[in-house]
Design a protein around this ligand. Sequence first.
Ligand code: SF4
Length: 267
Amino acid sequence: MVYSHTQISQYLRCPRSYRYRYLEGWREKETRAAMVFGRCFEKALEAYFCGDDCGAVLFREWGVYRGAPFEYKKGETWDRLIHQGVHLLERFAQDNRIRVPLPKENLQIKVTRECADGNDFVSYVDAIGELDGTRCLIDWKTTTSRYPEEPAGLLSLDPQLICYSWMTGISEAAFVVFVRKHHPEIQYLRTSISEEQRLEFGQLVETTISQIAAAQFPTHSGIRFPQNGCVSCSHLGLCLDDRKLIDSNLIRTPGAHELAWLDELVD
Ligand code: SF4
């Protein structure tokens, strides 16, 4: 079996949701414009580091979806997203705070690690490079709101960065957050992950995999209203046996588990 951070975090959020997604093949329809745009933007970033025309790449990638029946948030349009994207790419080039030497080798790096019982764990790290001269692993994020920076040290608890640090053995980690708002902004957030955190994460992975292997998939609906995870869960229709919700949010794909690691590419 091949596991990924997305799988482990989905199991920890709600084991039942994991079963729907990875064993039964129910996955969310790709209708959110912001998610698809984020992928196109990452292609443009790759082009930037390879010395190509990143604006043209963004137009080409996002242009494929012009007229696609996506869900746009209030005030968003295809044009608005492309303008925000170009603005962010220009700002990123002006800031000039990130270096990625040998971009063909240091972008979208596949890292594999062996776990117990012959299982593998796979991650795709967006980049390994330098932020303000410090070598670190880097994850790009596109979002409409700023990431919280307070209290100090908050980022060191981010499970995705801890996972990537565990996978690569690199302690320094950073999110580069492209904030798509009226005045686009880029946050450069760096943190250090300790050896203790990496060890603890490794134990969490082993425990989670053993629970999956033992077919433990109870519902875990989270905390009561208003922090009830079911409200934003794409599998809600399955738990409520609501055909309308299922049809509007989900599609069913065969062989879901074999392709589960692909989730890492869109995370
Ligand atoms: S709707 Fe709630 S209980 Fe059902 S899978 Fe989603 S989070 Fe779990």
